[in-house]
Every structure is written in structure tokens, then in C-alpha cells.
Design a protein around this ligand. Sequence first.
Ligand code: XBP
Ligand code: MG
Length: 255
Amino acid sequence: MKKLQALLWDVDGTLADTERDGHRVAFNRAFQQMGLDWDWDVELYGRLLQVTGGKERIRYYLDEFNRAWERPSDLDSFITELHRRKSQLFVSLMVGGEIPLRPGVSRLVNEAKQAGLKLAIVTTTTPANVDALLRQYFPAEGRPVFDLIAAGDVVPHKKPAPDIYLWALERLGLGADQCAALEDSHHGLRAARDAGLKTVVITVNGYTADEDFSDATLVVDQLGEAGRPCRVLQGEGRVSGMVDLGLLRQLHDVS
Ligand code: XBP
Ligand code: MG
């Protein structure tokens, strides 16, 4: 295994708990704006997360959960407009500071940056959502904190397909054996593993805690920070309360 050179970060559920209190809320507000009586409650949204990508998720909802709804003649344009509004509403929630980073994220990002590792965002979400999160929590003073943003529709197939990881690896000029991924979901794990990454750390959340992570390198409840140690749910290695760079290097060297 080659030396660890980069950390590849998923966004939704990993950098921040965006799904339940961010995307879901923004979808429901967009439905209201467009006069739709659809309501994606916490439980239904968990089932809709089966499909990644907001536009794809709306279509899945109509196909599987709301077949009775009379579709407009141009459904594609309707979904595009609905999703455009949803994205604006999500960005408002993010810049309003209503969606905090998960514990330990800042700590590990800063540690990796200082150590000279490359940092990349590898996500299914819309680029504007990532920009809002980065502006909010990692404002660039000179050089941006993240070296690459791989997001949204730049590849035809979203996670669990490996495409977005392969796209990111090519642009970083690195091999899969030089990178570690941080993800929160089975779909994310599949995407990273199928792109060839051996080191994949999972931080679970309410929606993903019961998913299958059997081929993850390490599964924790969160990355851990001072006064808030992480709990190891699966995996080997000496974890002393935090997933830090030393631990990631150690996991990477043996994976
Ligand atoms: C998470 C997703 C996204 C968001 C919605 O992907 O599935 O689709 O729920 O985002 P990841 P958009 O964890 O890889 O970031 O509405 O912008 O598509
Ligand atoms: Mg995710």
C-alpha cells in the first residue's frame, strides 16, 4: 500500500448531518412554494434516501410513493424547477448556520491540511450546496482548504456508482491506494470501494446506523473531539477517542 496522500470527504451525513434537518426540510419548503401537498416526514425520507441525488429522489418518490399524483406534461422541467427551489432553500438553511459540522470534522480537516495532505470533496449533492457549506465553515484565506470539489451531475451515475470517486482520483492525479475516504452510508462505502479505495472510514448517523458496513475499514459513531470521544462500532486498530491522522495512516498502511 502506498503512502497516504489525500482524504476524500463525503458531504451529506459525513461533514454535517444535512439530510434530516437540511435537505428534507428544504424539499418540504419547495413543495409548499409550488403548491404541492407532499410531506416528506422523517421516516419517509429515510426510505427515500435509498436513491441518491435530489432530482432522482423526487422521481423515485413519484414512482413508488405517490403514483396517484397527476403528472404535468413536461415532468423533467417540473422536477428541475422544484429542485432549483429546493437547492436555494437548502443554501439558505446552511448560510443561516442551522446545520453544524459533525464533531471532529474541523479538527481532522485542519490536521490533514497542516500535514500537507490533499483534501477533496466527493459527493452526490449539488455544487452550490457544497459551496455554501465551505463558505460557512472553511472560508478560504488565500488558498482554499479543499483542493478539489467533485460534486453533483459531473458524472452520469451518482453513488453507489464509483464514478465520482474515479473522477476525483483522476483530477487529483492520485491512485486509489494513496487515498482514504470518509463516508456515512452504505451507498458511499460502495462507491469508494468500487473505485478501488481500501481505506474507508464510516461515521454513522441516525439514517445509516443499521446499514451494512462489513467491508469498511473502521466504523465509528463520529470522528471524536476533545471531551467527546468516538465510539468504535466495527474494526481493528487502537482508537483513543479520536480518528486522527496517525490512526488513518496506520489503518491505511495495513489495508
Ligand atoms: C447525498 C445525497 C444527496 C442529497 C441531496 O449524497 O444523496 O442527493 O440528499 O442533494 P452524498 P441534491 O452523501 O454523497 O453527499 O438535492 O443537491 O441532489
Ligand atoms: Mg453521505
